[in-house]
Design a protein around this ligand. Sequence first.
Ligand SMILES: Nc1ncnc2c1ncn2[C@@H]1O[C@H](COP(=O)(O)OP(=O)(O)OP(=O)(O)O)[C@@H](O)[C@H]1O
Ligand SMILES: [Mg+2]
Length: 420
Amino acid sequence: METIKMNNKPLICALDIGSTKVSILVAEATSDGFKVIGTAKVLNQGLRQGSIVDIGKTTDAIRRAKREAELSSGRELSEAYVSFGGLYVRSFDSDGMVAVADKEVSQLDVDNVLKTAQAVVLPEDREIIHVLPKEFILDGQSQIDNPVGMQGVRLETNVHLITGVRTAFPNMMKCVESAGLKVKEFVLEQYASSICVLNQEEKELGVCLVDIGGGTSNWIIYLKNKVVATGAVPVGGINFTQDISIGLRTAPKDAERIKIEHGHCLPAAAELEEQIDVPDVGGRGLRTVQKRNLCEIVSPRAQETLKLILDDIENSGFKDQLGAGLVLTGGASQLTGLVDYATYNFETPIRMGAPHITTNINEAIDSAELSCGVGLLEHAYSKYTFKDVQRRVNKSSSSSSSVEDSFKNFGRHFKEFIGL
Ligand SMILES: Nc1ncnc2c1ncn2[C@@H]1O[C@H](COP(=O)(O)OP(=O)(O)OP(=O)(O)O)[C@@H](O)[C@H]1O
Ligand SMILES: [Mg+2]
């Protein structure tokens, strides 16, 4: 068995627990950015539509992914930024107000006004996960991004609050901890994906990112560079696989492979004569089927999936304000022809979004199913100031502290709220 090397460079570990797979990205942080040094991907059957349905299977998948990521990176992992999502996330706007303590706005005033914005009556079973400031207002002057250092007496804020079901987090935490990792922070899946996939112009103009995963399609809307709405629809790549399995009378694992290798949303694009081999259920033999038949199964499912997503976005009331349209990411967005199909059928600009990062390993990180993982890394890295990373690198190289110690104060200076 390979042994884990000791190395004191600061580490970031992103753990994406999805309905079809658990993936881990391990990165080393430096003052110039982060570099991915290890990856892992393990199938997961412990989640349905983003929620845990089997603690044992989820824990086992995380444990195996952790081991795989440790072998791949040569580093011991002890804590992770963890994605969460699914149908039970709710988000809404809130506001708060405080009197500035001493004429000039301090970080403490900002923290206090953000606290007042969280003083909302929530159902017993809900808790706040993210507080995303939309603007600060100082003595009536609105649209302020960061009021620290400005003179004034009355500080107000508008925020977008993201809430989850209270019991979901201890269950997720139990799986992660039983697998040998501590949860550094939970981050909303589509928020993480949006960090690495969307550009500044899109967020300013108005855009909706849709992360089409295995069991759910999670979306998030930005207007004027701020998060204004989120949502989720219970459809994803698994539905396509099930349709193919039933329609072509083949086992789910064969349907999955056929979908990825031959699936196409536009039957007209499939060569009329093109044939594909389809194994019978139970391994009794192979049949040949026209590729066009497969596309005729895939196409209506694509139509329905996109319609459900767009209807949900429409219900948010922001659909008409999406100047930059939709950006699709997540594993199932890679279905051949999906973007063309969506562009053709729905009157809105649509593009594919995927991460593009370099790594220290012989592996490209550019797949749309890794958007969430890369976004988790970027979110984690954004919390370290340049000096903090530099300080940690210097300290690490001049001390013989353990890997465990090197994590201890990692992120000590991070700013509590995104964008501040
Ligand atoms: N090239 C491809 N063509 C079509 N579908 C694909 C392709 N690659 C992956 N998929 C599908 O993407 C889905 C997995 O996507 P992803 O890894 O984003 O989901 P997840 O994070 O596990 O699930 P969720 O986010 O819903 O909890 C699977 O259903 C898989 O079949
Ligand atoms: Mg996912």
